[in-house]
Design a protein around this ligand. Structure first.
Ligand code: GDP
Ligand code: IMO
Ligand code: MG
Length: 429
């Protein structure tokens, strides 16, 4: 039995989708525990590309069960569309997708309000994905949210919808000067989604715990990344959930004693989409070069991702808050052509060196990265299948990262495809 949590260690888009797809081969169940349709996980199988927002990428593997846990916020319109998109690409949904009855729903007003609120922030905007994530989680903690199970009970749904619309329409019409939303349209649309999805809705905590007791292998799939964590990220430039490993427990209803290992997915450089501090960001010209080479455009919004050098300060922070047992280093091939590669090993601040990521954003903004430089390998590594075949200088780069992070590397990805993966240690046994 191996129960493994997979999390992002930077600002998201580390390549979690690909790594989950690789590991899913040896797993029985793949379960998402937080976030919502803000996620965009790309998996390439042969010549075909699949983009996932809510459904675990494990659905591509026949015979696996996939779970969307209570910690995920679900936009049913997106979920139904995603299922149709995958069906169109040949994916079969046959008792292999389970949705938690406790998961909260992202409603149309959540999306509208998210977009209005972020726009009104002006210069201080977070650059959210506009998918209604923050507004759904706000309602969840305000105890006015609508859960999956509520939708399946028409009276409860109607009652909760009325209460919510009264407040949201007041806000939209009186405060934001927009049109309100009619109850009838939503009611009909959502009840029809409920009909489509009802057979998937269940007590997923029980399902997972039973599977674990039977000795099955469960993979816990994180979305976003540690520096986007509401508690441990670059607040307020973060998402509204906890993408860190501990959230696998609260987001799925499994106890910490059931988790055996935590894998951190780490890009060989750094990217960030949306606003907020980014100490190692490249100069605009070089950023464009790496962006093109690494195809760094958001899978959900299509926005260009900001790119920078590997930052060991943020990943060390991720090692600690996630209790990482090992690392998967992705997109190493993107650095193939570089003469020299920089690694940020610390932050210079007021004459001293900070080793921990500062909590105060003003301090982050005043920090100057301290770089170490290593030589690039200047070779195409995208066909390498075995660690020993990697150029010496690429191995040196990886060893240095592992040393700085005090964590072993178990996987290396050298391209988007399944066979562009070097396994150093089997994580699912
Ligand atoms: P996620 O959100 O963490 O799942 O990451 P995304 O899917 O948003 O972004 C990662 C992108 O890089 C996707 O387009 C992947 O197909 C691609 N990718 C993943 N691993 C590699 C790799 O090792 N090399 C290259 N060149 N691309 C990769
Ligand atoms: P995956 O799972 C990268 C970012 C947004 C914005 C901030 C808040 O593909 O790694 P939100 O819509 O969540 O309220 O936006 O978080 N963000 C992501 N960035 N990858 C993601 O997901 C992200 N999900 C949210 O760009 O800066
Ligand atoms: Mg992504």
């Amino acid at each position: 039995m191996s129960n493994l949590v997979v999390v992002g260690t930077q600002w998201g888009d580390e390549g979690k989708g690909k790594i989950i797809d690789i590991l899913a081969e040896g797993a029985d169940i793949i379960a998402r525990f937080q976030g919502g349709a803000n996620a965009g996980h790309t998996v390439v199988v042969g010549e075909e590309e699949f983009i996932f927002h809510l459904i675990p990428s494990g659905i591509l593997r026949a015979g696996k069960q996939c779970v969307i846990g209570n910690g995920v916020v679900i936009d049913l319109k997106d979920l139904v569309e995603e299922m149709d998109y995958l069906k169109g690409k040949g994916v079969k949904f046959d008792k292999n997708l389970f949705v938690s009855e406790n998961a909260h729903l992202t409603m149309p007003y959540h999306k509208i309000l998210d977009q209005i609120i972020d726009k009104r922030r002006g210069k201080g905007r977070l650059g959210t994905t506009g998918r209604g994530i923050g507004t759904t989680y706000s309602d969840k903690t305000a105890r006015v949210g609508i859960r999956m199970i509520d939708l399946l009970n028409k009276e409860t749904f109607q009652h909760k919808l009325e209460i919510n619309l009264e407040e949201k329409n007041y806000l939209l019409e009186k405060f934001y000067n927009r049109d309100g939303i009619s109850k009838e349209g939503i009611l009909e649309e959502y009840l029809s989604y409920g009909e489509k999805i009802k057979d998937c809705v269940t007590n997923t905590s029980r399902l997972l715990n039973q599977a674990i007791d039977e000795g099955k292998n469960v993979l816990f799939e994180g979305a976003q990344g540690t520096l986007l964590d509401i508690d441990f990220g670059t607040y307020p430039y973060v998402t509204a959930s906890n993408p860190i490993a501990g959230a696998a427990c609260t987001g799925l209803g499994i106890g910490p004693t059931k988790i055996e290992a935590v894998l951190g997915v780490t890009k060989a450089y750094t990217t960030r989409v949306g606003e907020g501090p980014f100490p190692t960001q490249f100069s605009p010209e070089f950023e464009e070069e790496i962006r093109l080479h690494g195809k760094e455009y958001g899978a959900t919004t299509g926005r260009p991702r900001r790119c920078g050098w590997f930052d060991a300060v943020i990943v060390r922070h991720a090692v600690r808050v996630n209790g990482l047992s090992s690392l998967a280093i992705t997109k190493l091939d993107v650095l193939d052509d570089l003469e020299k590669i920089k690694i940020c090993v610390g932050y210079k601040h007021q004459g001293g060196i900070l080793e921990d990521f500062p909590a105060l954003l003003q301090v982050v903004q005043q920090c100057e990265p301290v770089y170490e430089e290593v030589e690039g390998w200047k070779e195409d590594i995208s066909r390498v299948k075995d660690y020993q075949q990697l150029p010496q200088k690429a191995k040196r780069y990886l060893e240095r990262l592992s040393e700085l992070l005090n964590t072993e590397i178990s996987l290396i990805s050298v391209g988007p495809k399944r066979d562009q993966t070097i396994t150093l240690k089997d994580l699912i046994v």
